[in-house]
Design a protein around this ligand. Structure first.
Ligand code: ZN
Length: 226
């Protein structure tokens, strides 16, 4: 009874436009769902998101659910999952992404969410990338390897001089706990909410390859900032 009762006081609203949702609508109203910019969805190594990593680190393929511009509905969705505690929306967007990915053929064996620091995890209560990974993995029937790479809070606090040292520091701010699974020859997709410069994902990939040099990695995000 409780969820229905709460719906009377706080009717569910569309996360993209704020309109009250009607029966059978979930997180998004039908209008927003239809006009969200899922353009040219593909998983490849020469689309807009893959190009972010060109000349930096080798990836097998990349895909983004949306392209986004400032002040857009997609930005509102990203803010919902990042700053307004809406982790259910993050799972839902992961599911939408998973449905697109199951329409193209992939050899992906598992999903790695981009880790966040202990401090952010405490503030937010969840890692939005982990929730996205959860929705995605459910649809694709794949495991989420959330313990494969973690943020090392001690190392991320240190400040070092020089660009190279700072970059090394970013890479070392990710730690690989005791090797749980040998993923050496696997193909994993690293997932985040938004890709802007791609630096965090690049650092994660470089760190993972220090241990698993043959690991095949693809990149997935809910939104690509243009
Ligand atoms: Zn709407």
């Amino acid at each position: 009874m409780l969820p229905h009762f709460l719906d009377l006081i706080y009717p569910p609203i569309c996360c993209a436009c704020g309109k009250t949702l009607i029966k059978n609508e979930k997180h998004l109203c039908t209008y927003c769902y239809l006009i969200l910019p899922i353009e040219n969805f593909n998983l490849s190594n020469d689309n807009d998101i893959a190009k972010v990593f060109w000349g930096r680190t080798k990836i097998t393929s990349a895909a983004t659910l949306f392209h986004f511009k400032k002040e857009s509905k997609v930005q509102r969705l990203v803010h919902e999952i990042k700053y307004h505690g809406n982790d259910q929306l993050a799972i839902y967007l992961g599911e939408l992404f998973g449905k697109r990915l199951t329409q193209v053929s992939t050899t992906i064996d598992g999903i790695i969410p981009v880790p966040i620091s202990h401090k952010k995890l405490k503030q937010r209560g969840y890692n939005q990338a982990e929730r996205i990974a959860k929705g995605l993995a459910q649809i694709m029937d794949l495991p989420v390897l959330e313990d494969l790479i973690k943020c090392n809070s001690a190392k991320s606090q240190t400040t070092q001089e020089g660009m190279f040292n700072r970059w090394l520091n970013v890479i070392n701010s990710f730690e690989l706990p005791e090797v749980i699974d040998d993923v050496s020859n696997r193909h994993l997709m690293i997932v985040d909410d938004v890709v802007t410069t791609g630096s965090t994902i690049e650092a994660c990939i470089l760190r993972l390859r220090q241990i698993f040099p043959n690991l095949k990695i693809s990149v997935g995000s809910i939104a690509l900032a243009m």
